[in-house]
Design a protein around this ligand. Structure first.
Ligand code: PFF
Length: 453
């Protein structure tokens, strides 16, 4: 941890370039890569989806990520403060409020799913998961995600999140990311090597990597674009907040590209882990959101040492979820600390308290309150829908338009060249993407997500 003088104010920073990248990648890599990506790819026919996802992550995700970085490090502020500092005369800062609310809504359902991962990890560690028959995986999932189970595990996960956050930006986040991100990669690689020896390896890989362009429908394109946004933690101001802790030495564009590459690599690796297993055991790749929780443990339990594999896999998911929930919480904590002057501990308690209430309501909506619905969705599904399909695309679009059109080009180039110390030759294409390509593409996702097209 280190504190540096930034324009007269003491503010924590990520100590090294590696720490900045580890924290950013830690935020990006989460349930979105390991749980959501495989089931989305499976549901959209594999290769064509994966290709589109990679193109969107690079062409749209990277520019928006750079835009958030420029805002964050350029202002050294929380999401709301960043908009306000850059344009005090217009109400752009409402996008900041939207990001804060969005982050709490995402935390609401994300914590519940993260709680499942912890429950699966612990239960499988103690050999308490039963996957002895075909339907056992499904039965187990139903048992674990209904009744009071989710409530208990949601609280346990939320407590882990709270304790780490309480230890502060650099101590908590930096240390966790520095240790856990490399562990995550190692465990993923071990799993990939294991996958290589499965009979369905070739079939799984060709499903994942051979694009079948007949499957390229508008819904595949839009699904891939949405996945790129969710996976790169864009649109809520999360990356604005993290970039506000970068040092002057952190190269923004390089960090953005590295984050995109590592984030996509984790998604692809989890595809390589999951699809060969799916094909080896004659299961369906389009099992949907239950793919990881229902199908994989079933597979692990038919493997030699399955209990260990299962425990490791869910531990991996738990770690990945934790580094993402930390970044989601940091959006509101930095807001309470800087805008409301509450102090780190109180801000953390307030942020975690509010999100715990939302998460508990979500967890209950998966169990005892299952029948309470609004617009045909229970609270869990409703929050997921509103946050992921409306707030994130809208926030990403506003950020892209704001940086593309409203911020002085000089300010952007100063950030990207580190005040003229380095060269950055991509300024024009970047601004072009931010002005035109990103808003247009995000607008299309948005229309799709509200069912307008
Ligand atoms: N990118 C995370 C994942 O893939 O699981 C989820 C996420 C984290 C979304 C932080 C938004 C955010 F601000």
């Amino acid at each position: 941890m280190s504190k540096t003088e930034n324009r007269g104010t003491q503010r924590a920073v990520f100590g090294s370039r590696f720490a900045a990248i580890a924290a950013t990648v830690g935020s990006a890599v989460g349930l979105g890569n390991i749980w959501r990506f495989p089931y989305e790819a499976g549901a959209h026919g594999g290769g064509a989806f994966v290709l589109c996802y990679l193109i969107f992550a690079f062409l749209i995700g990277v520019p928006v990520l750079i835009a958030e970085f420029v805002m964050g490090r350029g202002t050294r502020s929380n999401v709301l403060g960043a908009y306000r500092k850059l344009d005090p005369h217009h109400p752009w800062y409402w996008a900041g409020y939207m990001g804060i609310v969005g982050s709490m809504l995402i935390l609401g359902f994300y914590t519940v799913v993260a709680g499942w991962t912890l429950e699966y990890c612990i239960e499988s560690l103690f050999g308490m998961l039963d996957f002895s028959t075909e339907s056992a995986g499904h039965d187990q999932f139903v048992k674990l995600t209904h009744g009071w189970h989710p409530v208990i595990w949601t609280v346990v996960f939320a407590l882990c999140n709270f304790v780490i956050l309480l230890r502060g930006v650099s101590k908590g986040i930096e240390r966790l990311s520095n240790i856990m991100m490399p562990v995550l990669f190692v465990i993923l690689l071990v799993f990939c090597v294991h996958s290589f020896f499965l009979p369905g390896f070739e079939e799984g890989c060709s499903f994942l990597f051979k694009p079948d362009f007949s499957k390229l429908t508008p819904s595949t394109l839009l699904g891939a674009l949405g996945q790129a946004f969710f996976s790169l933690s864009l649109g809520l101001g999360c990356m604005i907040t993290y970039a506000s802790y970068f040092t002057e030495k952190t190269r923004l564009a390089q960090t953005a590209v590295t984050t995109m590459i590592l984030d996509s690599a984790v998604a692809i690796l989890s595809g390589i882990i999951i699809f060969p297993a799916v094909f080896s055991f004659g299961l369906s790749p389009s099992a949907g959101p239950t793919l990881v929780f229902e199908v994989l443990p079933n597979i692990f339990y038919r493997m030699a040492g399955g209990g260990i594999w299962s425990t490791l896999f869910f531990l991996l998911l738990f770690i990945a979820s934790l580094t993402s929930t930390i970044s989601l919480s940091e959006i509101s904590i930095s807001f309470f600390t800087e805008e409301k002057k509450l102090g780190r501990k109180r801000s953390t308690a307030l942020s975690c308290g509010i999100t715990l209430i939302i998460s508990l309501l979500c967890a209950l909506s998966m169990g005892p309150w299952q029948n309470l619905t609004l617009f045909g969705k229970n609270l869990f599904d409703l929050l997921d829908y509103v946050a992921s399909n409306i707030i994130m695309p809208l926030g990403g679009m506003i950020c892209s338009i704001f940086v593309g059109w409203c911020i002085e080009r000089r300010f952007i180039s100063d950030q990207l060249t580190d005040n003229g110390r380095n060269r950055f030759i991509w300024l024009r294409p970047l601004v072009f993407c931010l002005r035109w390509i990103c808003p247009a593409a995000i607008f299309i996702i948005f229309l799709d997500s509200i069912g307008a097209i």
